[in-house]
Design a protein around this ligand. Structure first.
Ligand code: SAM
Length: 385
């Protein structure tokens, strides 16, 4: 059993553990059916889930306490242990005499750092301490990305690459951005880091979200990492107003017409660049009709997808009418969803004739799908089109 103890202990103490499951209780009547260990943000602790007959008991314990007080008993009580590390898959089978058979397989999971991670020139590199990423738990104190945060780390860098494409050739003394529906604000912090620490700009960034507790937490983190120009405020996108000039508006994964409210804010405040990743485009679902596509629209799931495409096409074309060049591209979503399209918009010059052509194509498209969108109504009401 000692060799099994050592393997489990090494995995618990290492940085590559994803999950460790003790299963197949030795006693059939045992109250505890299985025990699951998972890493948490604090490297000294571990989440321990005891799956009992009628309920689950979840605790976060110090790793050394679990190893000292629970590990030997767990090994005595269960016949199997499965350890999933980022780079290995280990099966431990214990016989009646607690003699362990250990089978180790090397694996390559999609969570593991790609071999080229260190060579690829990320705007925020792995292995170099970055205060805000350490504070929000993505990196450890030595600047190494924690195993469970590689997806997040790649998303942050992908986002910054898309921002850098817009700003790398611009030198600005000051800069003001608003991030609507900022949520936990990993990307808002990254945006501030990019403009202040990489581009050396005097940046002010405001994050807005309707969840007060999220806003309080983000303000605390901003203070801790001395991001002086980064502030978070509680509120709804459609209510938010500011008299200050705004250069850049970001709205990532805010639901339904929240993206339209962010577009309207950007136009009112004359932002010259914007990034939107729309989400849950419900508004047009009840309106969408097209006799030639009836065989598609009768399927709810196809209709949902088409609704997203029609909504984002409508938004892109209306933004073009308002004088923006719009690019659509794939972002990295954290969930495996189709809600992963980014609209990246840059103010450009358009003649009145060009605007009218674009508007007329929009009107053809609109009648083809029998839609009367909120965004168009508001743009007319506020005389943007
Ligand atoms: C899925 S989270 C996305 C968080 C972050 N932007 C990201 O992409 O990682 C969406 C956030 O938008 C906020 N939200 C949605 N609609 C909103 C609205 N109308 N006004 C303000 N916040 C909104 C939600 O509270 C939530 O925190």
């Amino acid at each position: 059993m000692q060799n099994a103890l050592k393997v489990i202990q090494d995995s618990i103490n290492g940085l590559t553990l994803e999950k460790c499951v003790f299963s197949a209780p030795r006693e059939k009547s045992s109250e505890t059916r299985s025990i699951i260990l998972m890493p948490v943000k604090d490297e000294k602790e571990i989440k321990v889930e005891f799956r009992l007959q009628k309920h689950n008991d979840i605790k976060t314990l110090k790793k050394d306490v679990f190893i000292k007080d629970e590990l030997v008993n767990a090994l005595r009580d269960f016949k199997q242990v499965h350890i999933k590390n980022l780079d290995s898959d280990i099966q431990i089978l214990l016989n009646k005499k607690l003699k362990a058979k250990i089978i180790t397989k090397k694996i390559d999971t999609k969570n593991s750092p790609p071999k080229h991670n260190k060579e690829k020139k990320y705007l925020i590199p792995d292995g170099v301490p970055c205060a805000f990423l350490t504070e929000i738990g993505v990196m450890d104190n030595k600047g190494r990305v924690k195993p469970n945060y590689y997806k997040k780390f790649r998303q942050i860098n992908r986002f910054l690459e898309l921002v850098d494409d817009l700003y790398k050739n611009e030198s600005m003394e000051s800069f003001h951005a608003v991030d609507f529906g900022c949520g936990k604000s990993y990307l808002t912090f990254a945006l501030y880091h990019y403009f202040v620490n990489i581009k050396k700009t005097n940046a002010k960034i405001t994050g807005i979200d309707l969840k007060q507790e999220v806003i309080d937490h983000c303000n605390e983190v901003a203070q801790k990492v001395n991001f002086e120009g980064l502030h978070f405020a509680h509120g709804f996108i459609h209510d938010f107003k500011t008299d200050e000039a705004v250069d850049f508006v970001v709205t990532l994964h805010a639901c339904d017409t929240a993206t339209d409210d962010a577009i309207l804010f950007s136009l009112r405040n004359k932002a010259s660049k914007m990034m939107f990743v729309p989400c849950c485009q419900h508004e047009l679902n009840k309106q969408l009709e097209n006799s030639e596509s009836a065989i598609m629209l009768k399927h709810g799931i196809f209709k949902d997808r088409m609704c997203s495409l029609v909504t984002d096409t409508m938004r892109s074309q209306l933004l073009e009418v308002c004088g923006f060049k719009v690019q659509s591209m794939e972002f990295i979503s954290l969930e495996h969803t189709a809600k992963n399209i980014m609209l990246r918009c840059v103010k450009s010059d358009r003649s009145e004739k060009q605007r009218q052509d674009i508007l007329s194509k929009y009107n053809d498209f609109k009648s083809q799908w029998s839609i009367n969108p909120y965004l168009e109504k508001k743009l007319i009401e506020e005389k943007f089109i």
